[in-house]
Design a protein around this ligand. Structure first.
Ligand code: SF4
Length: 182
């Protein structure tokens, strides 16, 4: 049974999807290709494998693999071995992919006014939804319970044991955990 929250969430989600679909269609690319390019532009360096994409977008590995082949042939992405583990292949936007994404995305989401209340409300909705569905991860790094603010104004990840730049803290991470997930 839908309540008011789920109705508004559904409306937001459908509006976003329809705008993305319209932008993808105008650029003559498939929606999933645009979603992949967009995800790779917002995820951190630990969350950019084919499996991460499959988990984030809720698509099968086979379907993601086909899409990756297509956008790799278009030279929008490139694959490179992980600097920390050569068995893992990571995905990166090329300059051409970034330019294409910038061009396609200009009308997908308007610059909405943001304030702390809006952000906290959206985070609470995501947290509640993930908890009820027993799903975790894929949140913005700066809201993660492992993100430590240091006295020198820098940041540190207590889970992965590494320093974080300010821009790292803006990204989506598959390991993200809300404080009350413990
Ligand atoms: S602090 Fe959390 S979200 Fe940020 S990199 Fe570490 S595990 Fe990921």
């Amino acid at each position: 049974m839908s309540n008011d929250v789920s109705i508004w969430l559904e409306r937001l989600a459908s509006l976003h999807k329809s705008q993305m679909r319209k932008a993808a269609s105008a650029a003559d690319v498939q929606l999933v290709h645009l979603e992949i390019l967009h995800y790779l532009s917002i995820c951190n360096k630990h969350s950019n494998t084919a499996k991460d994409l499959s988990d984030y977008l809720g698509q099968t590995k086979g379907s993601i693999s086909q899409s990756l082949k297509f956008i790799e042939q278009a030279r929008h992405i490139e694959r490179k071995p992980c600097p920390n583990d050569g068995r893992v292949t990571r995905l990166y936007l090329t300059a051409k992919g970034k330019a294409c994404l910038k061009d396609i995305s200009k009308d997908t989401l308007p610059a909405l006014p943001q304030n702390d209340l809006t952000i906290e409300t959206l985070k609470a909705l995501l947290h509640g939804w993930q908890t009820k569905s027993d799903l975790r991860g894929f949140g913005q790094c700066k809201s993660c319970c492992y993100n430590q603010s240091l006295d020198n104004g820098k940041f540190y990840c207590g889970l992965l044991d590494e320093p974080l730049s300010k821009s790292d803290t803006q990204k989506i991470c598959k390991e993200h955990m809300f404080a009350t997930d413990f």
